[in-house]
Design a protein around this ligand. Sequence first.
Ligand code: HEC
Length: 186
Amino acid sequence: MNSFKKLAIVFGLAIVATSCQNERERNYQYMPNMYESVGYEAYGEADFLPNKSEAMLPPANTINRGWLPYEIENSPEGKELSRLQSSPLDSMNVEANLAKGGQLYTIYCAICHGDKGDGQGTLVKREKILGVPSYADPVRNLTVGSTYYTIHYGLNSMGSYASQMNTEEMWQVSEYVMKLKQDLTK
Ligand code: HEC
């Protein structure tokens, strides 16, 4: 038998086998996996995967896209340490970073801190929130690093913005806050 005939027979059988399916009758199922796929449980056990589970943990030391680990811990010592940290952003890009930082500041911060950073945002004027400082307040002694720390961890009634912005964006806002501070003390 030549291979063409063999092929014809195989196809012929396949057509006969699959075309007899009648939805109203009990049928023989040829190749049942084609009618009913195997229902793996989402997040269930899966023997064929390396750790037997479909929900696999990322490998050790994996970091999220856009995220760099922040080494400074959330403590009074961490806060002091943060004051000494300088911005890792490219100093050749100051203008672009300030422009982006300004946009983000308007979105996230101005409602409390005010467009100028003087602590007179809309919520403060309407007496919805108390104790929002001016960035120029000498007691606060703000630096770009301590601003990043505050955005990352939040401070009392101010929440953390670490889930809204990535590392680069938080530094851009921090640089912008430093510019506001400078303008306020002119
Ligand atoms: C809901 C109002 C609110 C928003 C929005 C807000 N803040 Fe604040 N922020 C505060 C308050 C209140 C304080 C004072 C907290 C305290 O000292 O207890 C504060 C304090 C600060 C300080 C001073 C921290 C220090 O070391 O004393 C900085 C810097 C700051 N905010 C930056 C930001 C930036 C940047 C944003 C936007 C990403 C932001 N804040 C958004 C309310 C807000």
